[in-house]
Design a binder for this molecule. Structure first.
Ligand SMILES: [Zn+2]
Length: 264
């Protein structure tokens, strides 16, 4: 049975700050979408060069992490991976970054965009968020609306086939204010397999225990009462702030998508 349906355009773009952000934030849902026939692209804003504890381990890290991101995307069936290669830890939400993301949106023409929630200075009550995450999220939000759809914004990009583009839905991960929970238990093996492609981060930077905790803090709503009641494994739930900008392109199966704050 199909979990997802669509009315228009089965294309998504997922924007992350570092190689490995996208799998952690939305890997389960992306696995579902690809299985349903959606085409996807990843946009990674930084080179991930600081994802090591010492200079020796950081050697050639950008090339290595780009290869790992390619492998992770392959494991979920995502065809395109675009790297902006800004310096890790130094991402700035400026017009340059906004224009770069707008250009990718105008080229890939997604109906759904995934990105970090830019409002998450902290996540839950334990974790300060990474500055690049908020910056990438803010730039992605500004690019989605109003820039990408506005012909007066970055008009120099509108050459050849490239036209303004309106994104229909924005799904923000790493959010403190989710309005959709997705039970990704059915696709947990695919998500874990994709995350395991980021070998430099598993073995070179984080310990096994840190990785386990990181997985929990990002998808932090395992302790939400609705998740506890409904999900077989509350830790295999991804949470999002879903914002409808155009038409609803995703129809959500209530068995796996649920509202964290139901009216009754
Ligand atoms: Zn990150």
């Amino acid at each position: 049975m199909s979990h997802l349906s669509h009315e228009d355009g089965r294309k998504f773009l997922a924007v992350g700050a570092h190689p490995d952000d996208i799998e952690a934030g939305a890997g389960g849902l992306i696995a579902m979408l690809v299985e349903e026939g959606w085409a996807g692209a990843y946009l990674v804003c930084t080179d991930g060069a600081k994802g090591a504890r010492d200079a020796e381990r950081a050697l050639r890290l950008p090339e290595r992490r780009a290869a790992e991101q390619r492998e992770a995307a392959d494991r979920l069936g995502v065809k395109d991976v675009i790297h902006l290669s800004h310096a890790d830890g130094e991402l700035v939400s400026d017009l340059e970054l906004r224009a770069e993301i707008v250009k990718v949106i105008r080229d890939t023409r997604p109906s759904v965009v995934f990105a970090w929630d830019p409002a998450s200075y902290w996540i839950g009550d334990m974790v300060m968020n990474h500055t690049d995450h908020m910056v990438a999220g803010e730039a992605a939000c500004y690019a989605v609306y109003p820039a990408a759809q506005n012909a007066m914004t970055f008009p120099e990009q509108l050459t050849g086939e490239r036209r303004p583009h309106r994104v229909d839905e924005l799904w923000l991960f790493g959010t403190n204010r989710p309005n959709v929970f997705v039970d990704v238990a059915s696709h947990a093996p695919q998500k874990a397999h994709a995350q395991a492609a980021h070998v430099s981060q598993l073995a070179g930077y984080f310990t096994e225990e840190e990785n386990r905790l990181a997985a929990r803090w990002l998808v932090r709503d395992y302790d939400n009462p609705v998740v506890r009641r409904r999900a077989a494994d509350p830790e295999l739930v991804e949470s999002f702030r879903r914002i409808i900008l155009g038409q609803r392109v995703m129809t959500l199966d209530p068995d796996i998508f649920y509202d964290p704050f139901p009216a009754s």
